[in-house]
Design a protein around this ligand. Structure first.
Ligand code: OAD
Length: 237
């Protein structure tokens, strides 16, 4: 039986930009509007939990109004031809809603909450609002299930072997500013074709094929390039 090649994707905020979700470091990005230290660190949660809670509640509320775009959908469609694994820095669920089956979230998930005393206790949030007084089974206040700056990224251990097993590697919509996620590119096996989809230049130290387009169009371009190399028929639907 013909085995599908493994296509591994590292995605970032840019893939969701055309769905109406702001990126972090572009002009007008979230980190221009908010101070990381005030909303995305454990110290912020200790100092001003109301502000942190409001920040993530707003993000979650907005996520409920967003739909996957052509980029997410194009990546999901590639599963017909490849064994696709998505490693995302995004906390939205747009890859899943587009139909991708294997999605690993490095930085947590907006629609989930977790215990503030036991990080293994993770819960789905009912609706857009996480509230004070909502507690885990050990009695502690639930916090957003987000990896904040200064915290460990436990999912990186799962991501590494996936990256190392890639036959094709795709980077889409990330400025590669945040580690350890950005460092994953260094673990791609030598000789593996790497594609990078981004409308802006991104600094990388390996050989990549640049697709200088937004994800919505860029993933179509990627699919056409892969079709030529791997000789498959584009199926509709
Ligand atoms: P950034 O905001 O740093 O980078 C977004 C990238 O997407 C840039 O390279 C843009 O050029 C590109 N971009 C913009 N619009 C695009 C589009 N329509 N299609 C494709 N690319 C587009 O976001 P990330 O690299 O994802 O972490 O940021 C990494 C982490 O930093 C995030 O997960 C978040 C943030 O702080 C936490 O909050 C823990």
């Amino acid at each position: 039986m013909f085995e599908k090649k493994r296509l591994v994707v590292l995605s970032g905020a840019g893939v969701s930009q055309e769905s109406g979700i702001k990126t972090f470091r572009d002009m007008g990005g979230l980190w221009e509007e908010y101070d990381i230290e005030e909303v995305a660190t454990p110290q912020a949660w200790a100092r001003n939990p109301e502000l942190v809670m409001r920040f993530y509640n707003e993000r979650r509320k907005q996520l409920y109004q967003c739909e996957p775009n052509n980029g997410h959908i194009g990546l999901a469609k590639l599963e017909k031809h490849f064994d696709v694994h998505i490693i995302t820095q995004n906390v939205d669920d747009l890859h899943e809603r587009a139909g991708s089956s294997n999605v690993l979230h490095l930085h947590g998930e907006l629609k989930k909450a977790r215990s503030s005393v036991d990080s293994s206790l993770i819960y789905d949030i009912d609706g857009w609002e996480l509230k004070f007084g909502q507690k885990c089974e050990k009695g502690s206040q639930l916090r957003p299930h987000i990896v904040w700056f200064g915290e460990a990224v436990p999912a990186i251990d799962e991501a590494l072997p996936i990256v190392q097993s890639a036959d094709i590697f795709v980077v889409v919509g990330t400025s590669l500013n945040v580690y350890p996620a950005a460092g994953l590119l260094n673990y791609v096996r030598k000789g593996t074709p790497v594609f990078l989809v981004d409308p802006n230049p991104v600094k990388v130290y390996t050989n990549v094929t640049y697709i200088n387009e937004k994800a919505g169009k860029g993933i179509d371009t990627l699919t056409s390039m892969l079709k030529k190399t791997y000789n498959f028929t584009l199926l509709s639907g």
